[in-house]
Design a binder for this molecule. Structure first.
Ligand code: ATP
Ligand code: MG
Ligand code: MG
Length: 600
């Protein structure tokens, strides 16, 4: 593995360690359990857990669960599964911000005792009006000068459930005229009656805000470097204010980095939640979703996602990352690791009319083996059923080899599982008198430079013979339903005599093919930044993002495929077996095509 690239955060950590500020570093990944993790979170996970690994420090998984209404254990579970799947381990270091509710409450009392927090009776709307705007200073709340004793009393009664939701908040007493709106007496606590929190049940009706909870949770856990996205940059003064004014055991440092934004998708949890709940996609793990669950089902590997995060890097400036960058990471991974297979997505029957009739004479061989037979580079088809079954002393194997001992219907070619990696072995691909080829590999009126099959033309069947199309069969509507072709038996593993055949197409033998369903995916949205034109982002959904092909034919080696197994289907792309795969009925998802199509 290459050493990680340096970035400004590593430079800060290096300097802190050199200055003796810490003897080990501690980071955390703090998701709110209100949705599934997406590729943006992967960047944060890879960064936080990656730093901990490289610096021999620790990384906590902390659920930032201060908004019980939108949260659920379903999300706690999925987040844990996804972090593990990505290849990271928090060990015993799993926490919930709600673990600290009692401690946070005591910290709030400390603030009140220092006259740094007060109970405010303004409504939510009035609180907003009093806050002012970017150009207008805020105004002091009429409740700002309450005595410490009154604030302590009211705060205790807020906890005990005496006051209705929205009637009171606890606010920090900072500066209503600060140019930074976050410092204009921010709300620290609000009332939420009747919600059952997934961790604390109904123990609390008083909930701390994110801006108050986050710094203090970091401090309680001894986090040294608290990494968050750029939009929290102007929350940092409040982050520091909180840890500076209560008796926390450590002082973490907040550092902001750029969010990951990806073209042709949305990443806000609100929008992802809408896509799921409005059934605009088939759930959180829909292969078109930018969620980790979706990418997993799409066939992405954890290594490819980590590599993508590494290639994206960690910077201080927000940018929109091209889909091609994500796709090249998985393509590179699968090019090296995925076994090759034949799959015909849009099957067109080809009948080889001379295959059964013209059986050329068997190659000469001698019994007893004193004499080696002449090396015949153009092996012929096998014997008909019931014919001579004596074994010729031929060596079998290699591309284009065939087994003379097999019956005609059992004839197969041996193909390597990977053209560049012999350790992946080979498999037998049965041949036959009836084949499936892809409709796209035949054209009656071929466009210029069409190197596949045309009427009267020749093409090579990958790993097998050259065939010539002799006849085109059509239905009443004029659609091509079948081709009649003839085999040139002299072309197995060698070039035809006296002419060049340029095209090579994939195929499967009809008698042994396995029917399969193949799901093709395109970008979920039609535009790089959905909703950027001021329209609802839903209007930018790509109506053709999913195409389901139910009549595909794949080679028999794919009969017992298990969910999650990845392949390259020759000339088509990389595919993964979907969890919907049933016995004898594989279902595959397109992970990514063979080439970058985003540039065109
Ligand atoms: P949203 O704003 O969509 O609700 P969030 O940032 O609030 O997302 P969290 O669950 O709070 O979601 O995120 C957990 C961690 O992941 C945070 O530290 C956050 O900064 C980081 N994170 C979230 N989205 C991205 C992203 N697109 N790029 C990098 N880091 C991200
Ligand atoms: Mg958040
Ligand atoms: Mg959020």
């Amino acid at each position: 593995v290459d050493p990680p690239r340096t970035n400004f955060i590593r430079q800060i950590i290096d300097a802190d360690l050199a200055a003796g500020k810490h003897d080990h570093i501690a980071t955390r990944f703090p998701p709110e359990p209100n949705g599934y993790l997406h590729i943006g979170h992967a960047k944060s996970i890879a960064l936080n857990f990656g730093l901990a690994l490289d610096y021999h420090g620790t990384c906590n998984l902390r659920f930032d669960d201060t908004n019980p209404l939108k949260e659920d254990v379903e999300f706690v579970d999925s987040i844990q599964a996804d972090v593990r799947w990505l290849g990271f381990d928090w060990g015993e270091r799993r926490f919930f911000a709600s673990d600290y509710f009692e401690q946070l409450y005591q910290f709030a009392i400390e603030l009140i005792e220092q006259n740094l927090a007060y109970v405010c009776d303004l409504s939510a709307e009035d609180t907003r009006t009093y806050r002012g705007t970017l150009t207008e200073p805020g105004r002091d709340s009429p409740y700002r000068e309450r005595s410490v004793a009154e604030n302590l009393d009211l705060f205790a009664r807020m906890r005990s459930g005496e006051f209705a939701d929205g009637s009171r908040t606890l606010r920090a007493r900072i500066d209503m005229r600060s140019p930074n709106i976050n410092l204009r007496d921010p709300v620290l606590y609000r009332l939420k009656h009747g919600v059952i929190h997934h961790q604390t049940g109904s123990a609390w009706c008083l909930y701390p805000t994110y801006d108050y909870t986050h710094p203090l949770s970091d401090a309680l856990e001894g986090i040294t470097h608290s990494l968050c996205t750029l939009e929290f940059e102007d929350h940092r003064p409040l982050y520091d204010w909180c840890i500076d004014h209560v008796s926390v055991p450590s002082k973490p440092r907040q550092i902001e980095f750029s969010r990951l934004n990806l073209e042709y998708t949305v990443m806000s949890k609100r929008r992802l939640t809408e896509l799921v709940s409005e059934q605009l996609v088939n759930g959180w793990d829909d292969p078109r979703m930018p969620t980790l669950a979706g990418l997993r089902r799409r066939g992405y590997t954890p290594a490819a996602i980590r590599e993508f995060c590494e290639r994206v890097g960690v910077t201080k400036s927000d940018n929109l990352v091209e889909m091609a960058l994500l796709e090249s990471a998985i393509r590179d991974d699968l090019d090296a690791s995925a076994p090759r297979r034949m799959a015909v997505l849009r099957p067109l029957k080809v009948v080889l009319t001379n295959y059964l009739e013209e059986i050329p004479p068997a190659p000469p061989f001698t019994k007893g083996g004193e004499e080696k037979p002449p090396v015949d580079k153009s092996p012929q088809p096998p014997l008909l059923k019931g014919e001579e079954e004596e074994k010729p002393p031929f060596e079998k194997g290699g591309l284009g080899g065939f087994d003379q001992t097999k019956q005609l219907e059992g004839f197969s070619v041996t193909l390597p599982n990977h053209p560049k990696d012999a350790s992946m072995g080979s498999r037998e691909l049965p041949f036959g008198a009836e084949l499936w080829i892809d409709h796209n590999d035949f054209a009656e009126q071929p466009p210029k430079d069409f190197k596949r099959l045309i009427p009267g033309g020749e093409v090579r069947l990958r790993g097998a013979y050259v065939i010539r199309c002799d006849e085109v069969i059509k239905d009443a509507a004029g659609a091509v339903t079948e081709l009649r072709a003839s085999v040139d038996f002299a072309t197995l593993g060698k070039n035809p005599e006296g002419r060049k055949v340029k095209g090579v197409i994939h195929w499967v033998a009809a008698a042994t093919a396995i029917p399969a369903e193949i799901r093709l995916y395109d970008r979920l949205f039609r535009v790089p930044t959905p909703g950027a034109g001021g329209n609802d982002y839903r209007a930018d959904l790509n109506p053709n993002s999913l195409q389901v092909l139910t009549d595909c034919m794949v080679e028999p080696a794919l009969a017992d495929v298990r969910s999650g197994e990845r392949f390259q289907f020759e000339r088509e792309g990389y595919f993964v077996a979907d969890p919907d795969t049933a016995p004898a009925r594989p279902v595959f998802n397109l992970t990514v095509g063979l080439r970058d199509i985003w540039g065109k």
